[in-house]
Design a protein around this ligand. Sequence first.
Ligand code: 5GP
Ligand code: MN
Length: 347
Amino acid sequence: MLKEYLSAKKLSLWHQMLNKARKIVIVGHASPDGDSMGAALAMFLYLKHLGKQTVVVMPNAFPEFLNWMPESKRVINGQFNPGTARGMFDNADLLICVDFSGRERLEEMNTWLDEYTFPRIIIDHHLNPELSADLLISDPDASSTSEIVYCLLEQLGYYNDMSRECAMCIYCGMMTDTGGFTYSSSRPEIYYIISQLLTKGIDKDKIYRKVYHNYSVDRLRLMGYILNEKMVYHEEYHTSCFAITREDMERFHFKKGDAEGLVNIPLEIKGAKLSISLREDTEKDLIRVSLRSVDDFPCNKMAAQFFNGGGHLNASGGTLYCNMEEALATVNEAMAAFGKLLKDNQN
Ligand code: 5GP
Ligand code: MN
């Protein structure tokens, strides 16, 4: 039923690389999401089970709403503890990259990829992997990297020994990258995997609550404010857009992660095809862009063409280096450029 990601040749390479490795670093992408964390921690738990010395390093902080994840307290934040992260890289002899394959997703840590020459395994589900790897396990059709990790662990014979904690991590990754199984999630294999994870005793409803019903009062008020006062719905393009400024964030005591998921909400409008959010960064002079779409509208193409980014068909992101007024003008340009697809009333 499940894909076997490791051909005979890759399987033997996998074993060779792991047998040789004494200290392994697992790294996910900056602003780690549930999938990046889930895939990294599930792999960490597997390698720990094998008795391997392993650490998880993330380029910066993961959002607070993931701090219930098993072993998350051991994750090293490369931005806050660069010395510790460096030390881990200095001692490592194998790097496993999960949930990214473009170097810019490591932010400041991306230069480390050139500095350290140890072998590299990449496990990812993004289109067009850019980074080279000694072993590349890539599948853009997978719902999430966590799904690939599950298939890999099953192929490696870990299913019987898989812990509940490991199953929780994989479930969290699959759930968050599909918006709670509401997009990119129509393949039957996904539900086979979920049924396998449930046999490990995970409480999927609790995982849902921990991730999605974990807001502060401020975050809920921010949501109300954004929808009421900031969101603009461009009827002819079936597209909504809102901008969150630093001023808005201060007003609602913004904490990292508070903007998470807001961009999905305007897709609840009947007939909506695309939702765009613009958010001023709290530290750097840039604007983070998030795009979400339904059906076959290619967010990733729009993100690549207008927002210096990319991603998946229905969920993409990017960055603009300008002020908000200019960013809103770019959104207008993008909508016009994709006007034919957006105006189309077929669906
Ligand atoms: P988000 O809107 O949650 O920041 O990002 C949604 C998805 O878009 C991510 O899972 C990731 O795949 C992709 N993405 C976000 N930012 C970037 C970016 O700057 N470059 C590329 N290539 N993909 C991005
Ligand atoms: Mn992912």
